[in-house]
Design a protein around this ligand. Structure first.
Ligand code: FE
Ligand code: FE
Ligand code: ZN
Length: 293
């Protein structure tokens, strides 16, 4: 099966999904990831069905299969925090609305940062996430949530196989839950990407490799186990091109979408450009592309 690779792209009020697809195509991608609005607020504009329809036409003509497209949930949702029940329920409802929005736009997968243990133990945080997800699933449709593996910055949860497993075990409807690996986060949480197959072995033993539905491919600015979470361009970080290329072409992950979330390159403040066209090309050719002059 040929490589399914793309990057995160923008989604604006004006052009919505049509703009997202156009951007993805400009990078030579055959998939993409987007947020349905601001990552830091719950404000959402109404979905324009005409733009969605035109976007799907564009996708069909450019071999982008909607099953491979990923939506990312906004960062403001923290289901681990249940200090105030009304606030917790507000975010549960907002998450359920986002799941419906994903469906309205024609997709079926949404990546979520599990949460952060604010003013509670990690154990209670995980329990709150489980409750929040089960409630959100009851209120919504059939969109699947992919728990993202986190770097371990601050009090982040979901920073190892054990914590991800704990959450999945608590979900009533297992068909609604999967995992999104993030190579920068894995590196920063202590996983050696050079030994990626060992990680997959353990993941398969504890959770089951079939739960991995997406991989975020990022190099890291920081050394292994640094708990930092700062993404770097492919081949310019501490993980390096070869190790990341082996992840992207790992047979055990054949057929799942790979999404780049690397930073835009800036020569100076007014001259920024996206790296994705080059990074996608590098993984297709399996040869490092030096695009930062
Ligand atoms: Fe993420
Ligand atoms: Fe990520
Ligand atoms: Zn990150």
């Amino acid at each position: 099966m040929s490589l399914i690779i793309g990057s995160h792209v923008s989604f604006t009020n004006k052009t919505q999904l049509f703009g997202s697809v156009s951007e993805a195509i400009s990078y030579g991608a055959n998939t993409f990831m987007f947020y349905t609005g601001s990552t830091q607020s719950t404000q959402r504009s109404e979905i324009d069905d005409t733009l969605t329809y035109e976007a799907f036409r564009l996708m069909v003509n450019n071999n982008i299969n909607s099953d491979n497209v990923i939506v990312h949930a906004p960062y403001i949702i923290n289901l681990a925090n249940r200090e105030h029940e009304d606030k917790f329920m507000f975010y549960v409802s907002f998450l359920a609305e986002e799941l419906l929005r994903v469906r309205t736009l024609g997709f079926n997968k949404m990546v979520l940062h599990p949460g952060s243990a604010v003013n509670c133990s990690r154990e209670d945080g995980l329990k709150n996430i489980i409750d929040g997800l089960n409630l959100a699933f009851e209120k919504s449709c059939d969109t699947v949530i992919l728990l993202e593996t986190m770097a371990g910055k601050g009090n982040e949860l979901g920073i190892n196989i054990n914590e991800i497993k704990t959450i999945i075990e608590g979900i009533h409807d297992k068909t609604r839950i999967g995992v999104c690996l993030d190579t920068c986060h894995l590196n920063d949480s202590g996983v050696d990407i050079n030994e990626f197959d060992k990680y997959l072995d353990e993941f398969d033993k504890e959770i089951g490799i079939d739960k991995i539905k997406c991989v975020h491919v990022n190099d890291s600015m920081n050394p292994i186990n640094s708990h930092k979470d700062r993404h770097q361009n492919i081949g310019y970080g501490t993980i390096g091109f070869d190790a990341l290329n082996k992840v992207v072409h790992n047979e055990r992950l054949n057929g799942i979408p790979f999404i780049l979330e690397t930073p835009w390159v800036n020569r100076n403040k007014d001259d920024e450009y996206p790296p994705y066209k080059y990074e996608i090309e590098a993984f297709r050719k399996e040869k490092f592309v030096d695009f930062i002059q």
